[in-house]
Design a protein around this ligand. Structure first.
Ligand SMILES: Nc1ncnc2c1ncn2[C@@H]1O[C@H](COP(=O)(O)OP(=O)(O)O)[C@@H](O)[C@H]1O
Ligand SMILES: [Mg+2]
Length: 213
């Protein structure tokens, strides 16, 4: 992550069906990487252990402005009203981009981007954030249905079980593995068996593993 721990990737696309272990894997990366600055888009109320929960956008802007030089940890909750997400997400991304040097997590990207529609703030954050020293995690259940450039721009693509053929195709292509290998991945809650495959785009190195708790 951005703090110089062993994961040097700075744009991390985390793809997998609901319940396949995306959020759990991201949390493990955050615990291991201990980023100094952290801003989370947390629509499902799952990241409170990583920072101060904030559900008011004005408060979030102020909190970032007032952040001490040695870091900030803020977990933003966009609430239940989907119709308000696009405006909130644009501001969140602009704020994240200005906050420089920290780690940004966007969970459930499918709520806020489409293949043909990415808010300006997100476009800037995901395309230029790396030059600001930002580490960006973006998670989605349906890789075929999000901002089509995000996975292509990622330095690390991490994938867990997928259900839909369109998504399997997109990820087989991105990971450079046979579609069947993706189709065969498991996410079994009863046995705590959560397969993943990831590819470091710079080297093309592919790793396979299981999420362990
Ligand atoms: N600390 C843990 N110990 C055991 N199982 C866990 C733990 N954290 C999450 N899980 C399980 O991992 C599964 C995947 O959860 P999650 O990461 O939230 O999926 P996703 O974000 O892909 O929807 C869930 O079935 C959850 O019960
Ligand atoms: Mg999740």
């Amino acid at each position: 992550m951005a703090d110089g721990s062993k994961n040097q990737a700075n744009i991390i696309a985390v793809m997998g069906a609901s319940g396949s272990g995306k959020s759990a894997w991201i949390k493990q990366q955050l615990r291991a990487g201990k980023p100094r600055g952290l801003l989370v888009w947390d629509p499902q109320d799952e990241f409170d252990e990583f920072g101060r929960p904030v559900s008011n956008m004005r408060e979030l802007v102020q909190a970032v402005k007032d952040a001490p030089a040695d870091g900030y940890r803020l977990v933003y909750k966009p609430g239940m009203a989907f119709s308000t997400y696009s405006g909130k997400f644009d501001v969140f991304c602009q704020l994240a981009y200005m906050a420089k040097g920290g780690c940004v997590v966007v969970d459930e990207l499918g709520d806020v981007t489409e293949p043909s529609r990415a808010p300006d703030g997100w476009s800037i954050l995901s395309r230029k954030g790396r030059h600001q020293g930002i580490t960006l995690f973006g998670a989605a259940q349906r890789p075929a249905n999000i901002d089509k450039d995000f996975i292509g721009n990622a330095s690390l693509v991490h994938c867990s079980r997928l259900s839909y053929e369109n998504d399997i195709k997109v990820m087989a292509n991105s990971l450079g593995v046979p579609q069947q290998e993706i189709r065969d991945m498991r996410a079994d809650e009863t046995t705590a068996d959560f397969d993943w495959i990831e590819r470091a785009q710079k080297t093309g190195a592919v790793r396979r593993g299981k999420l362990t708790f």
